[in-house]
Design a protein around this ligand. Structure first.
Ligand SMILES: Cc1cc2nc3c(=O)[nH]c(=O)nc-3n(C[C@H](O)[C@H](O)[C@H](O)COP(=O)(O)OP(=O)(O)OC[C@H]3O[C@@H](n4cnc5c(N)ncnc54)[C@H](O)[C@@H]3O)c2cc1C
Length: 398
């Protein structure tokens, strides 16, 4: 970093930062990606267990619900840079895609989204191929990529002044925050940038883990570890309703996985951000007793025994539809972060921070998160693409 003046600095070399760099040809402007850790794209590499569930199939119209309350606000952004565009871009850059059955995805078809359904992966099932495509195109576009460049200070003084942990100071006309959330801090995403933004005066909603396993008091299913039950309805009750069971915080349906310590699987991961310790979590298995695994039938029978050791059929029937637990904790290692920079602060047509000139926020640093299935990487793509459009148009103005 010799001359420390830049036109654009991206803080964070994860999926969203690299998706932006890969989509923004600098055309002579000076741009730098500042990655705080020594390894670029660590979280992208671990996505989907290393297989990288890059997006979801189907019409982009169906995506909106996957982001809960924030879905409507994200809609324009998702439509503009949708799953089909992401698939086409990857295809054009040598990454063929496949659906969850391994069938090839042909992105030359479709209009509002992809013809294929379900989770979409690189056909090679290697996150590395996605990362290599992004890095290759970012370099081609003229970006300087620096690792071990952790930002420790950010302030506006005419242009943006960026201080690195090693004392180096940089100046940049535009700064894009692509620093992710708080989970898996060993990847470099430790929430430090969100704290700096909060200090700067941006409205940052408290970050917390989402898509995380949930632990409950008196968990009876340790010995079922590894067993998955399909189509379970899970209801999370808000704390003021735990006694009355009236106020539902969230209700979802999907596959439940028992682990040694607690509950996991898509339905639990998806509902985890609505769950707090001390609150009530209700599992409704939507099945007859004989449809459940034998070992689980035995545990349910044991749990329904009365004082005299007899199986209480009414209790057994209740357990099948209202297996209630008090939540003891939510695992800190959520796959994504709920909370982050409030969407109210951001112009969703450009990803510019409304109150801070020259500042953009994209990806998981935003207070938006999706359910499992590729929606979180799609969010990175859609927000990065929207920021790239705006920064491209500024390039033309110059
Ligand atoms: C185990 C796991 C599996 C997942 N699987 C999937 C999946 O299959 N499909 C899916 O859609 N989503 C998946 N996700 C979620 C998805 O990976 C993330 O939502 C996405 O990678 C976020 O990208 P990002 O660029 O916004 O943030 P990140 O990938 O977190 O990148 C942010 C980068 O910013 C850097 N940074 C942070 N602070 C600073 C600082 N102060 N200075 C400089 N650099 C800084 C960090 O080092 C990091 O590299 C998974 C997540 C995990 C943890």
């Amino acid at each position: 970093m010799n001359d420390n003046r830049y036109d654009i600095a991206i803080i964070g070399g994860g999926a969203s930062g690299l998706m932006l760099a890969a989509n923004l040809d600098l055309k002579g402007s000076r741009g730098i990606v500042l990655e705080g850790s020594t390894r670029i794209g660590s979280k992208l590499l671990m996505s989907g267990g290393g297989h990288c569930n890059i997006t979801h199939g189907g019409s982009i119209k169906e995506f909106v619900y996957a982001y809960g309350d924030e879905g409507q606000t994200l809609r324009r952004c998702l439509y503009r840079h949708n799953n089909l565009e992401l698939a086409r871009w990857l295809n054009d850059h040598g990454v063929e895609l496949a659906d969850e059955n391994g069938d090839p995805v042909d992105p030359s078809y479709g209009s509002n989204g992809m013809d294929s359904a379900g989770r979409i992966f690189p056909a090679s099932m290697r996150s590395r191929d996605v990362l290599d495509a992004l890095l290759g195109e970012a370099s081609w576009n003229g970006w300087q990529i620096e690792t071990d460049a952790r930002v420790s200070g950010l302030r506006k003084d005419g242009t943006w002044e960026i201080t690195l942990l090693n004392g180096v100071e940089l100046r940049s006309e535009k700064v894009v925050i692509a620093s992710g959330g708080i989970t898996y801090p060993e990847t470099g995403s430790d929430g430090s940038m969100l704290e700096m933004l909060d200090d700067l005066g941006l409205d940052v909603n408290e970050p917390r883990p989402a898509l995380a396993p949930v632990y409950v008091e008196n968990y009876p299913y340790s010995e079922l570890s590894g067993i998955s039950i399909p189509d379970v309805t899970v209801i999370a009750f808000s704390s003021d309703a735990a006694c009355t069971c009236k106020g539902k915080a969230a209700k979802m349906k999907g596959d439940l996985l028992f682990t040694h310590e607690g509950l996991s699987g898509p339905v639990i991961l998806n509902i985890s951000k609505y769950v707090e310790p001390g609150e009530l979590l209700r599992l409704c298995y939507n099945k007859e007793l004989h449809e459940l695994p034998k070992r689980m039938q035995r545990i349910l029978r044991e749990r329904s025994r009365g004082i005299l050791g007899d199986v209480r059929t009414n209790v057994l029937a209740l357990l099948l539809n209202q297996d209630d637990f008090i939540v003891s904790g939510v695992d800190g290692r959520g796959m994504v972060t709920a909370g982050g920079v409030s969407l109210d602060e951001i112009d969703m047509q450009t990803m510019r921070a409304k109150r801070f000139e020259g500042l953009y926020v994209i990806g998981e640093a935003l207070d938006a998160d999706g359910i499992t299935g590729g929606y979180n990487l799609q969010l990175c793509w859609s927000t990065a693409g929207t920021a790239a459009d705006d920064l491209k148009s500024l390039n033309k103005e110059a």
